[in-house]
Design a binder for this molecule. Structure first.
Ligand code: ADP
Ligand code: MG
Length: 315
């Protein structure tokens, strides 16, 4: 048995001349929640389809608990909620889940039992007899999550489960995922192009852009590593402050304020306070910005663009 639930080794996927996924290496450990983040077109859905065995890699290979991609053993332990859900127009919620359960190989009795469990677990009982095709986007996503869990998978792949949802439904979906992770010993790969919302539920972040993995790190490490402090400063004489700092810190000017970016935050603050004191300036503002996952992401993306070819990897 492999120590990883999912492993992709040098996986590349091309569509004609276009490379959608470029030499990707991913290793997912059991019991963790992975955020798979990147802008639209980055290669998230393609990567997930490769793990699911619905697309074959052009190069490279992968394993699911040591079994080859697309093997029956692999498919058995994978649950998948696709980016775009489509439902048979005439099926109500019970019929749909029952149908999916039988497709997953459950006997008729087991399928009925499992359908009831899931209706309960996902709080769908009161909508059980309504047609799924008529559900709101948020409810459809929930049914899609329930469907992904139907055969009690060990690994869940959720492709943009919160896309196009209002904030309340988005929170509800994330709470549902959190609850599933706590109750079952699940490994989750959850993709999104909105990062901040994942911050509270993921242990690990994998960032992808133009088919390349540009970051693969525990969430706290990622946040720490790129914690280049940002300090917004305004004084009665910013020119004087800057001239006395003598080019020791990088800065930009934003609407008359100075925006410092530094890894030496403590020293910068001491220097500013001392200059303000000695030169009798007035300190109007001194504000440190907290780095969110979104700003981390922007920082890496901007770094990538200004530094083509030199990709930050496994930072
Ligand atoms: N079947 C396909 N044929 C051609 N190009 C594709 C196909 N599937 C995806 N792509 C392209 O591959 C890139 C990655 O797509 P995708 O994996 O869907 O990105 P993401 O899910 O990160 O938004 C995109 O530029 C997309 O247009
Ligand atoms: Mg996608």
């Amino acid at each position: 048995m492999s120590e990883y639930c999912i492993e992709l080794n040098n996986v590349t996927k091309t569509f004609g001349k276009f490379t959608a996924v470029d030499n990707v290496n991913i290793k997912l450990e059991p019991g963790k929640v992975y955020g798979f983040v990147g802008p639209n077109g980055a290669g998230k859905s393609t990567t997930m389809a490769i793990i699911m065995g619905t697309l074959f890699p052009t190069k490279g290979n992968g394993k699911v608990f040591g079994h080859p991609l697309a093997s029956p053993e692999a498919l058995k332990v994978l649950g998948y909620s696709p980016e775009f859900t489509s439902f048979y127009s005439d099926m109500n919620c019970i019929e749909y889940l029952y149908y999916m359960a039988t497709l997953a190989g459950l006997s008729s009795d087991e399928a009925i039992k499992r359908t009831n469990e899931l209706l309960d677990q996902f709080d769908l009982k009161q909508h059980a007899n309504r047609r799924v095709a008529k559900f709101s986007t948020g409810m459809k996503k929930k049914v899609s999550l329930a469907q992904a869990m139907i055969h009690r998978p060990k690994v869940l792949l959720l492709d943009e489960p919160t896309a196009n949802l209002d904030p309340t439904s988005r929170q509800e979906i994330l709470d549902t995922v959190r609850k599933m992770v706590e109750e079952e010993h699940l490994t989750v790969l959850i993709s999104s192009h909105v990062l901040t919302e994942l911050e509270t539920i993921i242990n690990h972040v994998i960032m992808i852009d133009h088919g390349h993995i540009i970051l693969d790190a525990p969430i706290h490490e990622a946040q720490e590593k790129f914690k280049q402090g940002i300090l917004m400063v305004d004084t009665s004489n910013n020119d004087q402050l800057l001239s006395e700092l003598n080019g020791r810190y990088e800065y930009t000017l934003e609407e008359g304020n100075i925006r410092f970016a530094t890894v030496e935050m403590e020293q910068l603050k001491k220097d500013i306070v001392s200059i303000v004191f000695n030169s009798q300036l007035t300190l109007n503002m001194l504000k440190e910005e907290v780095l969110s996952l979104d700003s981390l992401y922007k920082q890496i993306m901007e770094g990538e663009k200004s530094d083509e070819g030199n990709i930050q990897k496994n930072a």
